[in-house]
Design a protein around this ligand. Structure first.
Ligand SMILES: [Zn+2]
Length: 290
């Protein structure tokens, strides 16, 4: 049985740094997103690991760093990686109205498609939220407290993604029984992931925390043994910071991944590989026929 790896890069840029929710207000790491991506692309090429870059779409508009760099986004696409949407401005989705969400999703997709000249079908929610997904027994009291009773949940997000032409969404909800078990055992209880269709959108949950520490390597090895998806992610701007998202941890993980791929125990896949063919065609192509 061959395991599968999905690797994501949340490309937040200064739009995300301005909207940081990790305390102490806005951050200043926007520039690092671009500088570290310049080092990241040759590294991914060296280990032959394609990944999905979830890009804050406002960064695709013309302008300068640390808010914009459409050329780098085209370079990411040109290197064979997938470009997905990470919303328009790194927005906190649970707090949007239904119509704001719809505009945000369709506008971000159009901006990115115009930038790279290819279809965009993958979406990665900023802050990994909404967590609220009652159908899988995942409830978020904080989202409800902060965004009110009409907050956007994961089902609404997927329905709107489908409506606006997306085919894939990374998920992070944690079912209540899993959270109980984790509280009792006092450790994460993740397992190899499976694709799940929610409102017609292919979804797969994060199952290794953030970055490339032992927990992520263990999940990759486990999927290589047992099958299923290992779903990893990091931020380019954090590659230069010591810790689980550092260049050192990444390099160690990439070497293991390359070895498992060579032994045919692991396959590195992109969201576009595991979804149905695109429902929308890039407008450049569209124009050729009209
Ligand atoms: Zn983000």
């Amino acid at each position: 049985m061959t395991g599968r790896l999905l690797l994501f890069w949340d490309y937040d840029t200064q739009w995300g740094a301005d909207r940081s929710r990790s305390g102490n207000g806005p951050k200043a790491w926007g520039e690092d997103e671009f500088v570290n991506t310049e080092r990241l692309l040759p590294l991914l090429a060296e280990y032959q690991v394609p990944s999905c870059f979830a890009v804050v779409a406002a960064a695709a508009r013309a302008g300068d760093r640390p808010y914009h760099d459409p050329r780098q986004i085209r370079a990411i696409h040109g290197a064979g990686h997938e470009v997905g949407s990470h919303s328009l401005h790194h927005d906190w989705l649970p707090g949007l109205s239904a119509s704001q969400l719809e505009i945000n999703l369709s506008r971000s997709r159009e901006l990115l498609e115009d930038c790279i000249g290819a279809a965009v079908g993958a979406f990665v929610p900023p802050y990994n939220q909404p967590f609220h997904y009652p159908a899988a027994l995942s409830f978020s009291r904080s989202e409800r407290r902060e965004a009110g009773r009409t907050h956007i949940g994961f089902s609404e997000l997927c329905r709107t993604l489908k409506l606006t032409g997306y085919r894939f969404c990374r998920a992070a909800y944690r079912p209540f029984p899993q959270r109980i078990l984790e509280a009792v055992l006092r450790r994460p209880c993740d397992y190899p992931g499976a694709l799940k269709s929610i409102a017609g959108v292919a979804c797969v949950r994060l199952n290794a925390g953030c970055g490339f520490a032992d927990r992520s390597i263990d999940m990759v090895r486990r999927c290589a043994r047992e099958g299923g998806y290992a779903v990893l992610y990091g931020h380019p701007h954090s590659l230069s910071v010591p810790g689980p998202q550092s260049f050192d941890c990444l390099r160690r993980t990439l070497a293991i991944v390359k070895e498992l791929v060579r032994n045919e125990q692991l396959q590195v896949v992109l969201p576009r590989d595991i979804c149905a063919p695109p429902v929308t065609v890039a407008r450049e192509v569209f124009h050729e026929h009209h």
